[in-house]
Design a protein around this ligand. Structure first.
Ligand code: ZN
Length: 258
């Protein structure tokens, strides 16, 4: 399943997107204003990392997370083991190209079925994030199952985590214990939450991902996608991006929004 992904945006981004003229104005300003001697190389690096375009240093055996998230997950895994669970990461870090492959494959399939490009966009984002917008790009999030259970063909189905499901005990354990290690469920089963479907397997290391969400919201994803090889990019508009960022990117557990 590819019910992953994310993004976010702030009013600042929305304004930028809604008024492309702002870009030209920004360009002018740039010409007239002297840039600092050492510009934001670091800032640019972070931007590329959050978009999945640059791989950050990653750690872990059987998973790939940033250092502090990896350490926390290891500690949680150790504690879970004592309680009879074998935490296993089905997916942790994923880059832009991975997400792009998923997206383009789905887009072409739906295109062949005759759906118009604009409809395809909304169909895909029911379950999969637009490339560049997945929280899996950040090295802070991962999908967790219990290896002590027999592995079903598709482990990432909500029914496995519901009462009577093979991962229900694991899910109950995580709800109680994961916050102790800094991990929080992202796509909760809250009817008020917008965006992606309920994903009881997806957890996020909040100490990093809360500031990352804010940083990500200031990135002009629209421009990055316009210049990418993403199928259907011509149908993107500032308004669509604004809605996607607000409802999908920020459609997360309130505890992960700062
Ligand atoms: Zn996930």
């Amino acid at each position: 399943m590819n019910r992953r992904g994310f993004l976010c945006c702030t009013g600042v981004l929305a304004v930028t997107l809604a008024h492309p003229a702002g870009a030209a104005q920004k360009k002018n300003t740039k010409i007239q204003t002297k840039k600092p001697a050492s510009p934001p190389a670091q800032e640019n690096t972070r931007e590329l990392e959050l978009l999945g375009l640059r791989r950050p240093p990653l750690f872990g055996e059987g998973f790939n997370l940033r250092q502090s998230a990896a350490d926390a997950f290891e500690a949680m895994r150790h504690a879970a083991k004592k309680d009879g669970f074998q935490l296993h990461s089905v997916s942790s870090f994923r880059g832009f190209d991975h997400q792009l492959t998923i997206w383009n494959r789905k887009f072409r399939q739906l295109r062949q079925q005759g759906f118009p490009a604009h409809d395809i966009l909304w169909k895909i984002i029911q379950y999969s994030s637009i490339p560049g917008s997945s929280r899996h790009h950040w090295g802070t999030d991962l999908d967790i199952i219990d290896r002590n259970q027999p592995s079903p063909a598709d482990p990432l189905l909500a029914e496995h985590f519901a009462a009577g499901g093979i991962y229900h005990p694991l899910y109950q354990w995580l709800l109680v214990n994961a916050p102790t290690y800094g991990f929080y469920e992202v796509y909760t089963n809250d009817p008020q939450r917008t965006g992606f479907a309920y994903e009881p397997w997806h957890w996020s290391y909040s100490e990093l991902s809360i500031p990352f969400l804010q940083e990500f919201s200031r990135i002009d994803l629209f421009q990055h996608l316009k210049n990418s090889s993403m199928e259907g990019r011509q149908t993107l508009t500032p308004e669509i991006m604004r809605r996607y960022l607000a409802e999908w990117g920020f459609g997360v557990n309130p505890g992960l929004k700062a």
